[in-house]
Structure formats: C-alpha cells, structure tokens
Write a protein that binds this ligand. Structure first.
Ligand SMILES: Nc1ncnc2c1ncn2[C@@H]1O[C@H](COP(=O)(O)OP(=O)(O)OP(=O)(O)O)[C@@H](O)[C@H]1O
Ligand SMILES: [Mg+2]
Length: 509
C-alpha cells in the first residue's frame, strides 16, 4: 500500500499564536509554516497583525498563547538573542540602525569581533565589505549611516541581518523606501538567499513584488488567517479578495471635470537642489496633477520649494492670483496650502502623543490665537480622520507609536486634509498604505478636486499616476522633461520622458 507522501517537516512553524494589546487583539490563533529555501510572502491590510507576528517569531515580543517549533521541536523565543541563536533575523519595518555610527560598526553592533581583548576594527571593516557587496552596495564601510539616503540604510540593514548567518530572514516591508534600482538589487538578494537554502518571509503591500518573488502567500485579516495561496494560485485578484474579503473593482475613480481658475502658477521657479533648472507649470482648481520621475529627479524638492520648506532661489509663484514665494511652511499654510511629506515618520508625527493630538496638530495652530486648545474641536478633527480613512485604533487616546505602520501614515495624511487646503501637495501619498486605504485616499483626492481643491501629487507608482492624474508633469534630473495631458498618458510616454529619452523640444513640436 502506498503511503501519501508526507509534507517535508517545516523549518519553522507557528501554531495558534495569539497576542493581545490593551484594547486590541492583534493576533487570534494565527498559524504558519515555513519550509527550507522558501520565499513566503505574508500580506494583509494595515493593522492585520503582520508585524506583530514577525516580532513574536524574532523574539521582540512574547505571544499570550500558542507555540513555535523549529525543525519540529517546540522552542521559546523570549529574546532577540534567542531568535538569533535559532537563526532567525528580523529586518524591522522601521529601520533600526545607529545613525551616528559607521556602516561597519552597525553591522557588528553588539557582537564585535575582538583580538587580544580589543575590538578588531580591521576585521570588522573587511567582513562588512563582503556583506555590503552581497546587497550590491559599493560604499566605504567607514560611511556614517545617518548620512545615507533612506534606501541605502535599508540595504545596510539587510547586510547586517545577512551577517548574522540567519537561516530565516524576515523582511518587514523592505522595499517601501527603495528606488526601482535598489528594489531590483533586493530581489536579486532574495533569490540568491533562496538558492542557498535560506528561508525568507517577505512582507509587502506591493502585490506586484509578491507575484514576482513568492513561492507561497499567507494572508492575514484582522489578526486571523484569511487564507493561503500556492505559487500557481498567486494572482492580484486572488490576493485582494483574501485581504479585504471582497473584490475591489473600480479602483481609480477619476471623472474628467471642467477645471476652474489657476490656483498655483509657477514661473521659472528654481529650487536650491537644482538651482540652474527653471520650472514652470500651473495647477487649476478642481484639477489633479501628478509629478512623475525617477528617484532623484527632483520631485520632492519641487514640492518642498512650493511649500516653503526649502525656499526658492529664483522665479515667481502665484497662489490664487497673489504673488507669493513662501519662505516657510507657515507662510504656505496661511496662503491655503498643505503638504503631506514623503518621509512621514520623521516629519509627520509625534510618536509619543495620542491619535487625537497628532490628527489635529496643524489645523489647531489656527485657533491658538485664543490661547486655548479647543479640546472638542480636536476630538472632532481626530474622529473624522479615523472614520474617513478607516484608521484601526482602539480609541482616540491611543499613543501613535502603538499603531501599525500604515495606520500611522493615515493619521499624517488626515491631519493635512483637516486643514481644508485650497492647494493640496502630496508626496508619495500611498506609500506603505494597504489597498483598501489606498482606494479611500484616491476617493478623497477625487472628492477634494470635485470641491475645487487643486491637487498636486508626486508618485513613483506608475499605476497611481496613470489612474489618478488629469495631467502629468514628468521630471528628469531636476528639470521638467515634459507634460502629458490625460489623453497622451501611457506608461511608455511617462518612462520615455522620465529617463530623458525624449527631449522637451521634440515633444513641443
Ligand atoms: N505595542 C503595541 N501596543 C498596542 N497596540 C499595538 C502594539 N503593536 C501593535 N498594536 C496593534 O496591533 C494591531 C496589529 O498591528 P501590526 O503592526 O501587527 O499590523 P501590520 O499588519 O503590520 O500593519 P501595517 O501594514 O500597517 O504595518 C494594530 O491594530 C496595532 O495598532
Ligand atoms: Mg507592519
């Protein structure tokens, strides 16, 4: 008699894990297996419990119930060190590097090799260099980490995890701040690891990446297992259905509408980042204009100059007909602008404060003249944000640092929307945000436009640019490479301008 072939024993297995935080059941009986040399994607909406599950596997947090097995043996992973000894390393969603130390010191932090009792710096730097090469970074290992752009810090973090000889590498949204090129490097690293028999758990909101990388997908919803997809079954639609429990048809809801008067007129504006480039364009009331371009093209700098964060070094700007060259964000806010920045963790939130306080920060500056914070107004603003964007929180008094990554981002966006701006500037508005909330943000952008707000958004996501913009400005190396109207919009046209393949003059013909 033939026996059914037994599934190979998993390298790592979680059985019925539960975790409760005050007011939040983050995990309710979640199970998961991981095979040797497998890339397992874990997906789910913001607050579904992904990061919590990973922190438990990596010894950062203890579960309230359930068990973990490594090679079939029950283990207790009470500390990060215990996880490391079992060969499990976690790359956190929020980077975890020491800004003031160099790359070598960061990679070996806490386990520095020694010689005759002294830290062996020569060895640190020699070994660090080989780890850096594995992630495609060609940098001196003496570089201070705080001086690196965020994408490179992410790669250093990955090099650090690799250096610990992990058998299981957990990556919690590793690509959210990487450029296209860096993401390709990351993919190569992940595939190399798989080929070496190392297992990777990969968390991402970018379903395209999941399709490209994963051998299997585990879906979480509201702290529970929502389903699993084997390699052949991984499709965009199947993943969405499991994550949100319904089909999300009609993802982008743009309806062409007549535009009003120009709200923003920019004439030969020069930013400090690219002082020799002159940029001119307009955004009208009721219009949604996208800014596309590759990383480093100058999109963020342009938005920051318009908003007065880095004041212009030349050129003219008019806001609703009034000449204005804001020298500070306060001046821009007074003129009816709002900017939701790209790096929201750093510039957007006060982590130790509550949802209520954070959600209403900028809008209350206006009421400060009376000298009192209007608590009732504060609550209303915060409640609206929570409802409009579907922020998952046990209450308005929850400290923001206890929200999941994506829910923190919703608070930042919400607080700028609460200002009711005439001109809304958004830098990567949906980075790190799940698919349901994304749709909510697109709906809000469309609604604001229909109310006559002028919206200018920078985005690296092609689909978002094509789906949402009435008109697209494409930047290349600090200049405006071209402008595409809705009926000229397609991926090739945008990419051709963004890579500098099409010159502006050709387009003007
Ligand atoms: N230390 C904590 N204290 C209180 N609540 C917490 C804490 N950590 C997580 N939570 C809550 O547990 C739930 C799950 O959060 P988790 O960070 O695991 O979500 P996630 O799936 O990683 O979401 P995202 O995609 O936004 O990163 C959320 O409701 C979150 O607010
Ligand atoms: Mg998370």
């Amino acid at each position: 008699m033939l026996m059914a072939e037994a599934a190979p024993q998993p390298l790592l297995e979680a059985r019925l894990l539960s975790k409760q935080f005050p007011g939040v059941r983050a995990l309710r009986g979640v199970s998961l297996t991981l095979q040797r040399g497998e890339v397992l994607a874990v997906i789910g909406e913001n607050g579904a419990g992904k990061s919590t599950l990973m922190k438990i596997l990596a010894g950062v947090q203890l579960p309230d119930a359930g068990e973990i097995l490594v090679e079939g043996q029950p283990v207790r992973i009470a500390t990060v060190r215990a996880a490391q000894q079992l060969g499990i390393a976690l790359i956190h969603q929020e980077l975890n590097l020491a800004d003031n130390l160099d790359i070598g010191a960061n990679i070996f932090l806490g386990r520095e090799p020694r010689r005759c009792g002294f830290v062996d710096n020569a060895r640190i730097h020699a070994e660090a260099r080989t780890h850096l090469q594995r992630v495609g970074l060609d940098l001196p290992t003496e570089t201070i980490v705080g001086t690196l752009p965020i994408g490179r810090q992410q790669l250093v973090e990955i090099a650090k995890a690799l250096s610990s000889q992990a058998r299981v590498l957990i990556m919690d949204e590793p690509s959210s701040s990487l450029s296209q090129h860096e993401t390709e490097t990351l993919f190569r690293v992940v595939r190399d690891l798989r080929a070496q028999g190392i297992s990777v758990i990969y968390i991402s909101h970018r379903l395209g990446e999941v399709t490209a990388l994963a051998d299997r997908v585990v879906v979480l919803r509201d702290g529970e297992n929502a389903g699993e997809l084997a390699r052949e079954a991984i499709t965009h639609a199947a993943m969405v259905r499991l994550m949100v429990g319904r089909d999300l048809s009609q993802f982008y809801q743009r309806q062409p509408r007549p535009h009003g008067e120009p709200v923003l007129e920019v004439d030969r504006l020069r930013t400090p980042a690219h002082p020799r480039r002159e940029i001119s364009f307009q955004v009208c009331a009721g219009e949604i204009v996208g800014i596309a371009g590759l990383v480093g093209a100058g999109r963020t700098e342009l938005l920051q100059t318009v908003f007065g964060v880095t004041p212009a070094v030349g050129g003219e700007m008019r806001v609703r007909g009034q000449t204005l060259r804001p020298r500070s964000p306060q001046a821009a806010i007074a003129a009816g602008m709002a900017l939701a920045p790209e790096d929201r963790k750093q510039h957007g939130l006060i982590l130790a404060m509550s949802v209520r306080e954070n959600a209403s920060l900028p809008s209350l500056r206006r009421d400060q003249r009376s000298g009192f914070l209007n608590r009732e107004a504060e609550q209303t603003v915060a409640r609206n944000t929570v409802e409009q964007l579907g922020v998952k929180t046990p209450g308005l008094e929850q400290t923001v640092q206890h929200l999941s990554g994506g829910n923190q981002q919703k608070i930042v966006l919400g607080k700028w929307l609460a200002l009711k701006p005439r001109l809304l500037l958004l830098d990567e508005p949906t980075r790190g945000i799940d698919i349901g909330a994304k749709r909510e943000i697109y709906r809000l952008m469309d609604q604001l436009a229909s109310e006559g707000v002028a919206v200018l958004f920078a985005s690296s996501e092609m689909e978002e640019v094509l789906g949402m913009a009435d008109r697209v400005l494409v930047m290349h190396e600090g200049r405006l490479a071209g402008e595409l109207a809705r009926d000229q919009l397609n991926e090739e046209a945008v990419m051709s301008l963004a890579t500098g393949a099409t010159a502006r003059t050709e387009l003007a013909k």
